[in-house]
Design a binder for this molecule. Structure first.
Ligand code: SAH
Ligand code: SF4
Ligand code: F3S
Length: 500
């Protein structure tokens, strides 16, 4: 049984200007990394929406941070759907707003408080019109800051961590009496089993691609990172549960599955004897499933068996997000990454032997404490040596409670800014070169949705590039060959060659 910390903190809210609702931002070309993106709602705007039940209360779940949060947001929506809630995309229409938050860098966490300030105004305006609105903070800020969230923003009714959200309905009922609650327990029960499965209609409304969480949490304790504290220890779901969830998605029309986990390649099944490549081989046998991806992997769990799967499984897409963080052995050691630069380069070579066309991406951190110009140059050199297809790089952000934040050799903000600009310029040039090299080629595209312009449809290449063509919406959910004619900054454009 979980213990709930209960507090009554009545009071007034600050006044801030209202702001427009956020929508799914599809402007980024690559979304394969378990990494930060713009806030998303569970309902993508291009997807067909479920009819709203006219008198049901409305919930808006806004997700920040990584794909795991996107997955969790959908599960919260499913859970509340079973309790009679319907989804909305508008804050002023919502009886309940859930912010599913990210704590990875200071900016991500601070953004939540400014969002909450704005929501507090909407809540007060609704109250003046005689309508109630509850505000819930879920996700990694909830886990990391707990009751502090209630103290900093009085409009918040409930703070619920990533391992407790399956208890949302009961917690929400408790808030009806005016109680303000925090539940950040790492639950002993299986969260996934306690969550209801979405209906066929809910699945279909979310489109033809879906995430499936296979593993959660992290035992690696990189010295810069909050995830082991916000998500807890590494836990793998059972093969049977993952297969059942995937089958349900595929039966409802999903054609591409991305297996997700903070360390997805540390997945070992419940008895710790399984391997991700065996799981993927099993899923590959599912008729109807066209594509498989997985993210995010750690280099130390990159076994030869998993590398070989890139040669053996045609449904496994040739794209690998494998964060290295730094190209300097000294910094890798200080980060507690547990591998060196050569080991990373060796993994990349073996991946390329297995699948010569594989596209690669990584996360990079610049300005980790003690990083010298020479260390930074090692990172630039590694990037030149490997060649990447996407651009994910961040300035080091000291996070309270992590060893990196305690160090007294923090790097100057100006130096961090300069290094980030140089590194991003290099990665961006590589990304554009990679995209440019597609021009003239025929590639398979899985079509996902209608495009921005009438008659246009959009999808993804095997390498996770956004692709637009003129074509019928009947191709959504199918793979067709496209000849690429041009490469823009964020997407490729081409013509349909034939359906395959
Ligand atoms: N489990 C994944 C990454 C999860 S967090 C892995 O091991 O690669 C996503 C990315 O955020 C990390 O890869 C890292 O590049 C970045 N990140 C994490 N903590 C950070 C910090 N304190 N400052 C800047 N970037 C950070
Ligand atoms: Fe964070 Fe490192 Fe764990 Fe990735 S492996 S989640 S970077 S501690
Ligand atoms: Fe952010 Fe938590 Fe994901 S800190 S990156 S939402 S695991």
């Amino acid at each position: 049984m979980a213990r709930y910390r209960t507090e009554f903190l009545p009071g007034s809210q600050p006044r801030l200007p209202p702001h427009p609702p956020a929508h799914y931002d599809d402007s980024r070309p690559f979304t394969g990394a378990l990494t930060i993106s713009s806030p998303t709602t569970a309902l993508a705007d291009a997807a067909p929406q479920e009819p709203e039940r006219p008198n049901s209360p409305r919930v808006l779940v806004k997700s920040y941070g990584c794909q795991m949060n996107v997955y969790d947001a959908a599960r919260m929506t499913d859970l509340l759907g079973g309790e009679g809630w319907s989804e909305t995309t508008r804050e002023d229409d919502a009886d309940l707003v859930i912010l599913n938050t990210c704590h990875i860098r200071e900016k991500a966490a601070e953004k939540i408080y400014s969002e909450l300030g704005k929501l507090a105004v909407t809540k007060r305006e609704r109250a003046e019109a005689g309508r109630d609105m509850k505000i819930v903070v879920a996700g990694c800020v909830a886990q990391a800051e707990g009751e502090e969230v209630l103290r900093r923003q009085r409009a918040v009714d409930l703070v619920v961590g990533p391992q407790s959200y399956h208890r949302l309905p009961a917690l929400l009922k408790q808030t009806n009496s005016g109680a303000r609650l925090t539940d950040t327990e790492f639950s002993v029960e299986d969260k996934f089993r306690a969550l209801p499965q979405p209906s066929r209609e809910q699945i279909a409304a979310r489109g033809v691609t879906a995430f499936v969480t296979v593993q959660e949490g992290c035992d690696k304790f990189c010295t810069f990172c909050v995830v082991p504290y916000t998500r807890g220890a590494e836990v793998s779901r059972s093969l049977a549960d993952i297969v059942a969830e995937t089958q349900r998605l595929v039966d409802a029309g999903v054609r591409e599955i991305t297996l997700i986990g903070q360390n997805v390649n540390a997945w070992r099944g419940v008895d710790q004897t399984d391997a991700l490549e065996a799981l993927m081989a099993r899923l590959s046998g599912m008729p109807g499933l066209l594509r498989l991806r997985y993210t995010t992997s750690h280099p130390i769990d990159m076994t030869q068996g998993l590398i070989d799967a890139h040669a053996a499984l045609p449904k496994l897409m040739p794209y690998m997000h494998l964060p290295v963080q730094s190209g300097s052995d000294r910094i890798l050691k200080a980060m507690n990454r547990r591998h060196g630069r050569d080991a990373y380069i060796d993994i990349i070579a073996r991946l390329r032997r297995a699948r010569p066309d594989i596209a690669l991406s990584s996360d990079f951190i610049v300005g980790f404490p003690g990083e010298t110009d020479a260390d930074f140059e090692d990172t630039m050199q590694l990037i030149r040596e490997v060649g990447f297809a996407a651009n994910f790089a961040f300035k080091y952000s000291p996070r309270p409670g992590t060893p990196g934040a305690e160090r007294d050799d923090q790097i100057d903000e100006e130096v961090k800014r300069e290094r980030l600009a140089a590194l991003q310029a290099l990665l961006e040039a590589q990304r554009q070169t990679f995209n440019g090299a597609m021009v003239g080629r025929k590639i398979d595209v899985l079509f996902e949705k209608a495009g921005r312009h009438p008659g246009q449809i959009g999808g993804k290449s095997p390498y996770l590039q956004a692709v637009h063509v003129d074509g019928p919406e009947s191709l959504i959910g199918r793979v067709a060959k496209v000849r690429v004619d041009s490469a823009g900054p964020n997407s490729l454009a081409g013509v349909l060659v034939e359906e395959i």
